[in-house]
Design a protein. Structure first.
Length: 375
């Protein structure tokens, strides 16, 4: 049986590329099927503003007409301008447990990226670090939270056998509301709140004018808070608006908060209900099915994911993050949420890792990894 590598050339083949993911998760109880419509939107190079500064090529491997693997090769001009390097990325990697298939996919991505002037291959990112990021390498005993990755454990060997080394580990923490909403935290945040005159307000999704202002505020905080981080690339205004408009369709308004100190924006948090809990039952990945399962199972959601928590540089030692976490806990209790995931956190972000374990009584329960090798 020969292995044939093909390049996606049209929407029909793109849909085939997307649907092939089901081939590798048969019987896996932790697999959450993606929504095909959302994947098509993410990979739409004409409408997704990410592709105004980036390129993507989609490859899939076939044996006797069956897709046995896939990969995307991605250039990100804004990343390379920011970090003054020539990194090419891979993403959307799925593969049968077959080293030959995996090696052919990685080689296809490497050759294409080298033709674009890249000298290093890093991933997985789907398609950037502002989207789903990293390979799950520890914590295979539970489904992923919303917008986090999941993969078979043998992917680790397929990648590492191709010469990839660890570039960076990303941590996910599990928090239980009853464990971190302690009297100690309540006292601590009360002192901090009074000392620095901290106020918390919720974003108003339905007030278009105010939402527009708040999104601009979030951009400033995001770019200030994350700029020192490894691999960080500022999102363009268009990218940020595109993402914000998507997330507000699914987020809970009282879980999107801005912290202010003396009336000035200091930090923000976006916490999402774990929609993977209902979406897990949407076996076909259809949009109508996703809507149906969301409507009928929404009340059963008892977990959230803290997707983004950022504090502007000048306020990072005020303790405002503890106030934000406390406010998240209050809202979790209001919605009968019993646990949360804070993810992802860079392995060397000492302040966040220490805060999540010592202040929030969180447990590091999953690890994701970015790999890289020369090409």
């Amino acid at each position: 049986m020969g292995i044939e590598i093909k390049i996606v050339r049209n929407n029909s083949e793109k849909r085939k590329f997307i649907k092939s993911q089901w081939n590798f998760y048969s019987g896996d109880p932790n697999f959450v099927p993606p929504i095909v419509f959302d994947r098509m939107k993410l990979l739409n190079t004409k409408k997704n503003p990410f592709y105004k500064h980036s390129e993507i090529e989609l490859f899939y491997a076939e044996t006797d007409g069956e897709v046995v693997g896939r990969i995307a090769a991605i250039t990100n001009e804004n990343h390379n301008k920011t970090h003054n390097d020539k990194i090419g990325f891979f993403g959307f990697f799925e593969c049968a447990n077959n080293r030959e298939v995996a090696d052919l996919l990685f080689e296809s991505a490497a050759v294409w990226l080298k033709s674009k002037g890249m000298d290093t291959l890093r991933g997985p990112v789907n398609p950037s670090m502002n989207d789903e990021t990293g390979l799950l390498v520890d914590g295979f005993d539970s489904p992923p939270r919303i917008l986090m990755t999941y993969n078979p454990e043998y992917y680790i060997d397929l990648i590492e056998n191709n010469g990839f080394k660890t570039a960076k580990n990303l941590f996910a923490y599990e928090l239980f509301t009853e464990k971190y909403m302690t009297e100690k935290l309540e006292r601590l945040q009360g002192i901090i709140r009074k000392r620095h005159k901290i106020t918390i307000r919720e974003m108003k999704f339905k007030d278009k004018k105010q939402f527009r202002k708040d999104v601009d505020t979030l951009k400033k905080i995001y770019n200030s808070a994350w700029e020192p981080n490894w691999g960080f690339v500022k999102m363009t205004d268009e990218e940020f608006d595109y993402l914000a408009n998507d997330l507000k369709q699914l987020a809970w308004e009282d879980f999107a908060m801005i912290a202010e100190i003396d009336g000035q924006p200091a930090g923000f948090v976006l916490t999402m209900p774990d929609l993977n809990m209902p979406f897990k039952h949407n076996k076909s990945g259809s949009l109508p099915g996703a809507i149906w399962h969301l409507l009928t199972k929404k009340k059963k959601i008892d977990a959230v994911r803290i997707i983004v928590l950022g504090v502007m540089k000048q306020y990072q030692k005020t303790g405002v993050d503890a106030v934000i976490y406390y406010e998240c806990g209050l809202r979790a209790q209001r919605h009968n949420i019993v646990r949360a995931e804070a993810s992802w956190i860079l392995e060397d972000n000492e302040m966040m890792n220490k805060g999540l374990t010592m202040t929030m009584n969180g447990t590091h329960y999953k690890t994701y990894r970015l790999y890289q090798r020369s090409i």
